[in-house]
Design a protein around this ligand. Structure first.
Ligand code: ADP
Length: 234
């Protein structure tokens, strides 16, 4: 599925709006925080120190949410570094296997081309891989326990590109979801923000690659990330 230029514009615009709203909310939060600090001795003197504590921790929570949101909706310029795709996958597995285990999902990987390297912003590409693996876990969990959850990752050269395939046997997607999954803020989850895949899409495009999806409702989903290999010292 190709995202159109229009969707890219929409994403860029939403990113800007989000950043300015976040900024505008942070300023009043900072002054609320300051005034609560000033009121603190008074609240303590009337035995209401608990109120001050709750207000402060809720303000901090709001600030954290804004910070996280800004971080995820606005990937910074890539800082490229040469790395084997295999080690990106191994690190992703390390970061996700305990959560997968807890959720009863098995993580498998197969590296067909261990030497294939890419020149990428490692942090950004790891974020993409984590997003996709976490979505796979969610899809398996919401498919119920009728089967053993399996997430299979593979790395191989496909044509001129390095291909990373991430396949799950989760609940799959219907056509309507497939048509919108890269849209910013599109989510089918109660606690989702719908940013993971739109941000991932943008990161991969910024690296000269593409993401494709193949999904069967009730059967599972496969995400394929294509990245241009770094040929320098191959
Ligand atoms: P979020 O995870 O917050 O919903 P994403 O952008 O990561 O945001 O995903 C958007 C939507 O795409 C999800 O809500 C879900 O409906 C669908 N989706 C993504 N990955 C999968 C998957 N592996 N299997 C089934 N549905 C998926």
């Amino acid at each position: 599925i190709e995202q159109t230029a229009l969707q890219n514009d929409k994403l860029a615009m939403l990113g800007k709006i989000a950043a300015s709203i976040a900024h505008e909310i942070r300023n009043p939060l900072t002054s609320i925080r300051g005034f609560i600090q000033l009121l603190r001795p008074y609240l303590e003197s009337v035995g209401k120190q608990e109120y001050a504590r709750i207000i402060l921790s809720e303000i901090d929570r709001a600030n954290d949410i804004i910070y996280e949101f800004l971080n995820s909706s606005k990937p910074s310029a890539p800082m490229k570094q040469r790395i084997a795709v295999a080690s990106l996958i191994k690190e992703t597995i390390l970061l996700t296997e305990s959560e997968a285990h807890m959720k009863g999902c098995e993580l498998q990987y197969e590296i067909y081309d261990p030497d294939i390297c890419v020149a990428v912003d490692v942090k950004q590409i790891k974020q993409v891989l984590l997003n996709i693996v976490k979505n796979a876990m969610d899809a398996i969990l919401s498919a119920g326990d009728r089967r053993k959850g399996l997430i299979a990752i593979s790395v191989r050269r496909e044509g001129r590109m390095a291909a990373i395939r991430i396949r799950d046997n989760g609940k799959g997607m219907d056509r309507a979801t497939l048509g919108r999954l890269f849209d910013p803020f599109f989510t089918t989850k109660e606690e989702g923000n719908g940013l993971g895949l739109s941000v991932s899409y943008r990161i991969i495009r910024n690296h000269g690659g593409t993401i494709q999806v193949d999904s069967q409702l009730n059967e599972g989903t496969e995400f394929i990330i294509y990245l241009p290999p770094d040929m320098d010292r191959e």
